[in-house]
Ligand binder design. Sequence first.
Ligand code: HEC
Length: 175
Amino acid sequence: MRFNSVGFALSVGMALIVVLFAFTLLSAAGLVGFSSQEFASGVEKPTTMSDTLAVSTKPTVSTPVSAEEAAQLAAGDALFKNNCAQCHAVDEQVVGPALAGITKRRPVSWLIPWIKNSSKLVAGGDEYAVALFNKYNKQQMPAFNLTDKEIRAILAYAASQELGAVAAGRAVAVR
Ligand code: HEC
């Protein structure tokens, strides 16, 4: 009696193990199972348009086009932080206007004298300068003793920030 019940328990246990093992094998082969279908579709995620875009527009390494441009951007970055950042941001208005895209808005031949001495342009009656000065409550931008080269570097830096141009590997050179 005792021997029989032990034997019965053993054979039931063996049978269970065999069934579990078979189930595991079959489900691994994808033939049976409750969740194998969902799992498989989770792995082979369909590629949607937005997935593709998310991958392809992901910022790559900042690789400006040439070493010369890289040097100009680095110089511009430092000059901007030291001289302009207390009043300007690239992408938002602070005390003065946002400077992203500034070289599209104004020609460099206007920007250089403006940055050197904006009051002189305002006093001289330059139409754009006067309108801007009035729009910003006649707040005077200080005069800067910077060289043309330094100003070009600042402008290149500001222009390159526009739309993440640098992150996308496109530097905007200002010569
Ligand atoms: C003390 C604040 C202040 C500092 C510092 C300053 N700016 Fe300005 N900036 C202004 C204000 C205010 C204006 C708006 C025009 C005005 O009121 O004269 C302006 C206007 C400008 C404009 C014209 C923008 C447009 O939309 O046409 C440019 C370009 C500019 N600043 C560049 C610079 C650069 C480059 C530096 C650093 C070398 C600098 N600014 C430093 C306050 C400042």
